[in-house]
Design a protein around this ligand. Structure first.
Ligand code: ATR
Length: 292
């Protein structure tokens, strides 16, 4: 019976087991597959993962903070995205080998509304500003977002369920500590900015922890509530217990908002697809994650 798990430290509050178990149930795989949570301290990560991989009952694991860089380092093989981003959130154990992927990148693109940036027709009518994105932050989540948006790739299915393409975006990167923005932008295909024209972006992605504990996002981020407008997409990648003040302000001004829970669901769905080869129900995963 293949086992799956999320590995983190701490991992007690993770919603992944509830979300993935809901997906497995919907796929009628719940009798065969299980998904749990394993708390592993940084010092023993490598040895314990090697043991899991060698034991044979685990098909793979999700990896979360603080182990994503270590997960890439111990893999025998890694996807292009994991290598570029420098971190892996998905390990697959196959034929005695460990394969690393980063589904955070694909999760970002699949969280966006289908057709964003003009979709596959991006070079046409949509125009340049439709493909301008601002990423706030320079940590691990920012790295995945910058790389994904600068590359483009498969997006959410359209209303008929057909695959869509997110075109590559011109990505501006702002960070509180500007030198970090310069470094990640240079590595991942963005451009560091110190005073971004927030109203001009089709997409604003917040990857900072600002707002998670009820702070005023406009006191720390280079944004004003008046920058938001209809037609703009505002995505708060970090999942928090409350609806964020940033998204509430964006919604008030008519922008389309995406919460961090969607990112959790989409990266998890891509991981489950890698392990099982099946296409999980996004709706079942959203419900499972919300309930937990
Ligand atoms: P992760 O890997 O989870 O994305 P991280 O590396 O801890 O997280 O990065 C957190 C991000 O939030 C950083 O971009 C951080 O900015 P600094 O690089 O200047 O530290 C940003 N951040 C945290 N608190 C902030 C605040 N009060 N104002 C602005 N940015 C903040």
């Amino acid at each position: 019976m293949p086992s799956l798990a999320v590995i983190g430290h701490p991992v007690a509050h993770t919603r992944s087991p509830a979300m993935q178990t809901a997906a497995l149930a919907e796929l009628k795989l719940a009798g065969e597959w299980t998904y749990g949570a394993i708390d592993i301290e940084p010092g023993s990560f490598e040895a314990e993962v090697a043991e899991l991989a060698a034991a044979g009952d685990y098909a793979g694991v999700n990896v979360t903070l603080p182990h994503k860089e270590a997960a890439l380092a111990l893999a025998d093989e890694a996807s292009e995205g994991a290598r570029a981003i420098g971190a892996a959130n998905t390990l697959t154990f196959r034929d005695g080998r460990i394969l690393a992927d980063n589904t955070d990148a694909g999760g970002v693109l699949r969280s966006l509304p289908a057709g964003i940036g003009g979709g596959a027709d991006a070079a046409g009518a949509a125009g340049a500003s439709a493909r301008r994105a601002l990423v706030l932050g320079a940590g691990g989540a920012a790295r995945a977002a910058i790389w994904a948006l600068a590359q483009g790739g498969e997006g959410a299915p359209d209303a008929e369920g057909n695959p869509t393409l997110v075109p590559s975006f011109e990505v501006d990167v702002w960070n509180r500590t500007p030198e970090r923005a310069v470094t990640v932008a240079a590595e991942l295909g963005g451009r560091a900015v110190s005073d971004p024209p927030a109203a001009d972006y089709a997409l604003i992605v917040n990857t900072t922890s600002v707002g998670l504990h009820g702070e005023d996002p406009f006191a720390s981020l280079p944004l004003a509530a008046t920058d938001f407008h209809p037609g703009q997409v505002v995505f708060d990648i970090v999942y928090g217990p409350e609806p964020s003040a940033l998204l509430a302000a964006a919604e008030d001004r008519g922008a389309t908002t995406i919460e961090g829970l969607e990112m959790l669901v989409q990266q998890g769905a891509l991981s489950l697809r890698i392990w099982t080869g099946a296409e999980p129900s996004i709706e079942a995963m959203r419900t499972g994650a919300r309930r937990s």
